[in-house]
Design a protein around this ligand. Structure first.
Ligand code: ADP
Length: 437
């Protein structure tokens, strides 16, 4: 399933980015070509204007000047005085070809653009002009500019024809360059999409792996109480009646274990689905800690572990929190502390405040947690040593406490107790608005 998702992601990323890049290249090419053509038109119109200026200000124009202009700018120039062409025969191209192209230009100007080459009147400043492109009969792409204006001698026609071959070759090269740029760009984007999709899928893969491990661990933990239940129920059939109460008692205990485990699993899955929230209210932390301490006094006596509650001299500031959830988190930490602290050891419940943080610590001098396990200790079903625990320890307690403190926008931290053992610190923000966000 993930492979298909990865393939689809790569394809989608590549297609979308390729489409965007192609579109951008086409738009850029279009803008460039339009600008380039406009420049060509303007250049030819400038030649036309300078020629007209010469003809209007000087009575004669030398053949050498015209020849140089034709050769330098790859032009055909025709000047007609009162309808009669000047004697200049052109500096390049054969005469028949020149004549054909000039005739074609004139015919097109008249037929297609309705340009009048023999107007009755043209003023000195305002005279008709025309610029257009066409492909000649012999397949030459040409740009032409025409003007009819007055000189001292009377009406004068000027026709300039420019061969667009060089411009077309240049545009062709630019198109190839754009194509190359687009192909290289798409290839690079495809590579990036491949890399990106692989990276995007990593958290999904990790979460899927975690889910599978979680289900496997949960099933494994549920199997043992079920097996005990099955054996006890089967034993009811063949064992003497006097043993029945014992089997019912065992079954009852296993049902309680299973319920606790299922409750823990439900709580964690609700946290994952973000469908679980806290119900915060103003909380008297001193009372909460004293009540929680009282809950464990009997256990500490039974286990022969010295247990103390250390509160500051002044009352703790009230906290905006979900009292039941906070008590649950502290209970998990105390429960662990008593489980992993041998007789004769010491467990402390300590509270302190700074300007913005309330810290509740559960400090023990028990067996402690080796450094290499510390990073994994809040993972679900993680146990440092699976062989050394009582049946109630599934490795879910710390992950639940972690989630509960996270829901309060706080932190659950683990350090070594100096001299050995663990110190778990719950750090909670005192500001109400932080808890409410
Ligand atoms: P469990 O239900 O197994 O105690 P937890 O998630 O509460 O699960 O704890 C995970 C593991 O962390 C425990 O199995 C234990 O190995 C270790 N641990 C937790 N608290 C302590 C402690 N106070 N001292 C030593 N080890 C601890």
């Amino acid at each position: 399933m993930l492979k298909t998702l990865r393939r689809k992601l790569i394809l989608l990323c590549t297609l979308i980015t390729a489409a965007i890049l192609t579109l951008m290249s086409l738009v850029a090419l279009g803008i460039f070509e339009k600008h380039f053509r406009t420049q060509n038109h303007l250049a030819l119109e400038n030649h036309l204007d300078s020629l007209i200026f010469c003809l209007q200000t000087e009575n004669t124009i030398s053949d050498a000047y015209l020849a140089e202009m034709e050769v330098t700018n790859d032009l055909i120039i025709l000047i007609e005085d009162q309808g009669q062409p000047l004697l200049f025969k052109g500096a390049h191209l054969s005469q028949p070809l020149r004549d054909t192209l000039i005739e074609e230009t004139k015919a097109l100007a008249v037929s297609k653009y309705h340009f009048n080459l023999t107007p009755l009147y043209t003023s000195g400043l305002d005279f008709p002009k025309l610029t257009f492109e066409f492909t000649s009969i012999n397949k030459m792409h040409l740009l032409t500019a025409l003007a009819v204006f007055s000189t001292n001698n009377g009406r004068c026609n000027v026709i300039l024809i420019s061969n667009m071959k060089k411009a077309d070759t240049y545009i062709f090269k630019i198109r190839l360059l754009f194509l190359l740029f687009t192909v290289v760009g798409i290839s690079l984007l495809a590579l990036f999409s491949f890399w990106f999709s692989n990276h995007a899928i990593i958290p999904i893969e990790a979460s899927q792996k975690k889910q599978v491990e979680f289900i496997a661990a949960a099933s494994h933990e549920l199997r043992s109480p079920l097996a005990v239940l099955q054996t006890s129920i089967a034993a009811l059939d063949y064992e003497p009646d006097s043993q029945n109460a014992n089997f019912v008692d065992i079954s009852n205990k296993e049902c309680i274990r299973m319920k606790r485990l299922i409750d823990d699993l439900l709580l964690l899955s609700n946290c994952d689905a973000h469908s679980w929230s806290i119900m915060p209210s103003e909380l008297d932390v001193d009372t909460l800690l004293i009540e929680t301490y009282d809950l464990f006094v009997a256990l500490s006596q039974q286990k022969k572990v010295f247990f103390s509650l250390n509160l500051p001299d002044n009352l703790l500031p009230s906290l905006f929190a979900d009292g039941e959830r906070l008590r649950q988190a502290i209970t998990i930490l105390l429960d662990n502390a008593f489980s992993y602290t041998p007789s004769g050891g010491k467990v402390q419940l300590v509270a302190s405040t700074s300007s913005s943080i309330l810290t509740i610590q559960v400090i023990d001098n028990g067996i402690g947690i080796p450094d290499e396990h510390k990073a994994l200790i809040f993972e679900r079903f993680y146990r440092v040593d699976t062989s050394r625990h009582a049946k109630e320890h599934y490795g879910l307690g710390l992950s639940i406490a972690y989630e509960l403190i996270q829901l309060h926008h706080g932190q659950l931290l683990l350090e070594n107790t100096s001299g050995g053992g663990c110190t778990f610190s719950i750090c909670l923000p005192l500001r109400k608005d932080i808890i409410l966000t």
